[in-house]
Write a protein that binds this ligand. Structure first.
Ligand SMILES: CC(C)(COP(=O)(O)OP(=O)(O)OC[C@H]1O[C@@H](n2cnc3c(N)ncnc32)[C@H](O)[C@@H]1OP(=O)(O)O)[C@@H](O)C(=O)NCCC(=O)NCCS
Length: 181
């Protein structure tokens, strides 16, 4: 299968909504309990692209296989060089074929050009595939928060993982907009 990676557009909102929605009723991918509307995903894509990559992986026919995007780690200004990373493949997309890794490599390349320093993964602690993916990409675990969320009748923990992608010794500048690189 040939995989194409491109920037998301507003027209991807429905696919992103449907892919994410498939995991919302489960316990190991997300703490979201109600899937937001397609319109809110449309706004999220537009808003995200102002500062971070929002990328789509698709097959030869244009079917969306997965997506990835960045978001702020914390709201305060001094955190602006950190990015929280989200990656989700469609439930019927092939696994262990390198799709998530390819999305990450493109994502991290753009972030590094923009001047971001660290990428963080925030994972439910029983998501074995995601933990393995992060480790294979060179992330290291920096925190385990027990009982961070309550979903489907149980307290669930999260793990924070981090990877350095920038040079903290270089001259500092505010991260460039995606449209400027
Ligand atoms: C987690 C997820 C993104 C992985 O996508 P993927 O395209 O299958 O991952 P890759 O093929 O790039 O895997 C790269 C490496 O990660 C590790 N890995 C990925 N999935 C794994 C699994 N199920 N079990 C063990 N290791 C795994 C392996 O080291 C793999 O390399 P290898 O196949 O050569 O051994 C995908 O399973 C998914 O979307 N799951 C549901 C949503 C989700 O959990 N998102 C993350 C939320 S934090």
């Amino acid at each position: 299968m040939e995989i194409r990676i491109r920037l998301a557009t507003e027209d991807d909102a429905q696919a992103v909504h449907d892919i994410y929605g498939a995991y919302v009723p489960l316990d190991y991918v997300t703490f979201t309990i109600d899937n937001p509307s397609v319109e809110s995903y449309r706004e999220k894509i537009v808003h995200t692209l102002e500062k971070y990559p929002f990328l789509i992986a698709e097959d030869e026919s244009g079917k969306v296989l997965g997506y990835t995007y960045g978001s702020p780690l914390r709201p305060h200004d001094a955190y602006q060089w950190n990015v929280e990373w989200t990656i989700v493949l469609s439930p019927d997309a092939p696994r262990r074929q390198g799709i998530a890794s390819a999305l990450y490599e493109e994502f991290a390349k753009l972030l590094a050009k923009q001047g971001y320093m660290y990428v963080y993964g925030v994972l439910v602690d029983n998501n074995a595939a995601s933990i393995a993916l992060h480790k294979s990409l060179g992330f290291t675990e920096v925190g385990h928060f027990e009982n961070a969320g309550f979903k489907l009748g149980k307290w669930r923990g999260i793990i924070w993982m981090v990877k350095k992608i920038g040079d903290t010794e270089s001259k500092i500048h505010a991260p460039y907009k995606l449209s400027d690189i």
